[in-house]
Write a protein that binds this ligand. Structure first.
Ligand SMILES: [Fe+2]
Ligand SMILES: [Fe+2]
Length: 169
């Protein structure tokens, strides 16, 4: 039987191809024309602000408080919350570099900055997902009954929808 937190593992699995895309876009810097790169970065930025960051906001509102309660210490999720802050910071850096991508040739400096941001994001998000799945979700699998888990996912969905609404407003 699936664990009660399987829907969150599934959600991560759905997000993962886009996370892999972050690495592939980083690999394509200096290889594809700047116009193509600009389009790819634009798509990535949309994914971050409309999907990944709302996912993180929903976790902060719903999942992490439950994990903190399971561990018995409110500060237990501070490191993972901080990962979210770093992810949002890198997404902001990505947005701030986008205007430079309208130049026909991308400066070496901008190429280096873009690689640092994208590879940084890729590694951070991958490790963060693994930590949630391997450390947090087993804690909840042990403690939540199916009904509590269902309530949690409904609340997560509502919080993510709210955050997505703010992102596209
Ligand atoms: Fe997270
Ligand atoms: Fe997550």
């Amino acid at each position: 039987m699936d664990s009660v937190t399987q829907p969150l593992r599934d959600e991560h699995k759905e997000l993962l191809p886009q996370i892999e895309r972050i690495r592939r876009v980083a690999d394509s810097i200096g290889v594809v024309p700047t116009e193509v790169l600009r389009q790819r970065v634009d798509e990535l930025h949309r994914f971050l602000s409309r999907e990944l960051i709302p996912h993180a906001k929903a976790e902060e509102a719903v999942l992490y408080p439950l994990v903190a309660r399971a561990i018995g210490a409110p500060e237990a999720t501070a490191t993972m919350r901080h990962d979210h802050v770093e992810i949002a910071g890198l997404a902001d850096e990505l947005a701030s570099i986008e205007p430079e991508l309208s130049d026909e040739t991308l400066s070496l400096e901008a190429q280096h900055a873009l690689r640092r941001i994208l590879y940084g994001l890729y590694t951070l998000v991958r490790v963060h997902f693994i930590e949630e799945e391997e450390i947090y979700l087993p804690l909840l699998d042990e403690r939540l009954d199916p009904e509590e888990a269902r309530d949690m996912f409904n609340a997560l969905e509502a919080a993510a929808a709210h955050a997505r609404g703010l992102a596209t407003a």
